[in-house]
Design a protein around this ligand. Sequence first.
Ligand code: BMA
Length: 815
Amino acid sequence: MGLRRALHESWTVRAVDGDPHPPARSPSTAPAGVPATVPATVPGCVHTDLLAAGLIADPYLDDNETRLTWIGRTAWRYETVFDWAPTGHERTDLVCEGLDTVAVIELNGHRIGETANMHRSYRFDVAGALHAGENRLSVTFASPYAYAERLRAELGDRPGAYTEPYPFIRKMACNFGWDWGPTLVTSGIWRPIGLHAWSGTRIDEVRPLVSLRDGAARVDVHVRVESTDAAAPTEVTASLAGVTGRTVIPAGRPDGVITIQVPDPALWWPRGYGEQPLHELVVTAGDDTWRRDVGLREVRLGTEDGAFTLAVNGVDVFMRGVNWIPDDCFPTRVGRDRYAARLAQACEAGVNLVRVWGGGLYESEDFYDLCDRLGLMVWQDFAFACAAYPEEEPIRTEVEAEAREQVARLTPHPSLVLWCGNNENLQGHAEWGWPERLEGRSWGAGFYLETLPRIVAELDPTRPYWPGSPYSGSMDLPPNDPAHGTTHIWDVWNQRDYTAYRDYRPRLAAEFGFQAPAAYATVRRAVGDDPLRPDSPGMLHHQKAADGDLKLAAGLKPHFPPPETFDDWHYLTQVNQARAIRLGVEHFRSLWPYCAGSVVWQLNDCWPVTSWSAVDGDGRRKPLFHALRRAYADRLLTVQPRDGGLALAAVNDTGRPWRARALAVRHAFDGSALATQPLHLDVPPRAVVTLALDAPVAEPGDPAGELIAVCAGEERALWFFAPDRDLRLPEPRYDAVTERTPGGLLLTVTAHTLLRDLTVFPDRLDPTAEVDDQLVTLLPGERARFHVSAAGPQVDERALVRAPVLRCVNDVAAR
Ligand code: BMA
């Protein structure tokens, strides 16, 4: 147990001239006006310290990012002075949970350690350097650019999707900029730092590995200890669910295993499949104690004949997934509350799996703990993305150490269901011309095919490992072959109309995405342009994708008349994003169990930007969010082209059969019924049933003026026979009535004509206001209610029921 003392007080940071990490020198071009020392927050980073001191402009606003490159090209020294009184313990360690990135640590002038990996933690015995009274601790960070560029020069350049040197430093890759993120290269003490004084025995690592057999759970608790008395054996106990096991680790040995059998265990399930009971595991060794809530469950990955199907406790699970990127460029700003808010949004959208993408981080304990409690499965990439990585030293040793630490650290979390070697590096090597540019140099294959699977097999054989995404299960197959393993579908956003998602029959759609701008209030906060135009300077700066705006325009073209104003562009691109992803998700779900999941690119953003996200950089839901909620509903009705005609796919992702009468109706836009077909739904649990729609319903008399609606209870699927620009959508007519409620406003819209994708954007009137639904299509006579929360009295109720706040597609496409 010992004594722990955080060292988070009285830090300063200053630019230092030279790169302290031999041999390179790092240019420091801090502009005049940055004082010698700046008060620093630990945990934190230089950018947030300079921002707090008022020395730099907010990098998320306008194009301020472009004036901050010098920060990543500078070496920085963090320093603090603290008092220490002897504790009587035999050991005193400095524990650094995260240093970003290449650092020299000095205590009272003694060099006590060097680090070069943001994804690791460090512990240094500092008893020899520490003294009673005042102590001076400094952590000096080399310029990340200087370090990475030096290694790049030494090891030879590697091809990748970006020219930045991120493969040459073990630091969050997207810190160097991405096609949705700014280039803000940080330095700092990014996770807690402190002293740990202890004697006797310390529990260094606990790996509870869970397996199920014959109705019982077996937990092999692997315990590693450190002892100050090499001659003494260590008695270890582990208790879980009322069962206690014991072992004695012989003197001189670091580890032992205690096996606990839990008969008749309460199992952990993904959300939608059951509860998430957690059981406290308590491990003691000497007078040290370790406790953590663990879950009892088993995961298997089915890969027969190209499949990619996760089974939890023997039940195959459709992955209703989203990709997760770091929620902020400055990760210390993402605490438990932010994670909780974002993951709650994922749950609200019907998501059951979050893929932590390899260009970001291994997230903090809070993230995985919340996922455990919410029943969100986690697919964790190792931190490699979109580039060839050198396998030489010093990277090799760092990767080995980082992987060992992270695999061990995350073992207690039932939410973690899959380890994946990298993002798109196998595909990059196979398809993007890397071999010629590599000229025989290493590219990371050894990591993905040997190092990482070896470490997972050794430290956590209970979790499946997949070498990369996309990957087809064999290096002899094209990595992105849809018939095998995981597939990333990007030709659609880049080159094709989104209806082309239907050309894919993937075993798992692990990435597919479509862009749209951030919510209006987010754009307005981040961009000062006046007037705002899709191509005004701030908007362009907050669009990082290659030809992003051209692709947005190309994506709109087949569906809508060209938008004439910023507001029309903003609304239509958001509608188009939502329609694209909804179409993709519904198609992939209709292919279950052949296709075992859809993992949408991407849930979140790290700053305000036009991107593929469903929730923008200020945490606001885009219309896509609501489309996703519908597409990821437990029960889904969707009309799909099949065999030259149309069919209804009824997707039942619940544990109960779905038996219902359904009615398919072909309507004229005035609401009249032109043909009807009663259908009987009898969908077993976790299954899809596809029913052909008969010609009278499926074949339009007037494709520009008709639609199909299929209803079964609350569920409804719509089908239009032509894109909006070719429809004769009526001039919109409706009544909109607002009422004040305790929490905000209730808006009721009664349609007198067909209204397509009716959406209210209350953030245009009050940046704090939110609405509970968007993109509602109404037939004449139908009614929708929108709850607008947090709308203060300043919200003008008349403005709420007019464009650009209340909109439907008819506004722009009516003819
Ligand atoms: C894939 C992802 C990310 C990228 C996204 C959008 O390549 O893995 O690297 O941001 O597509 O282009």
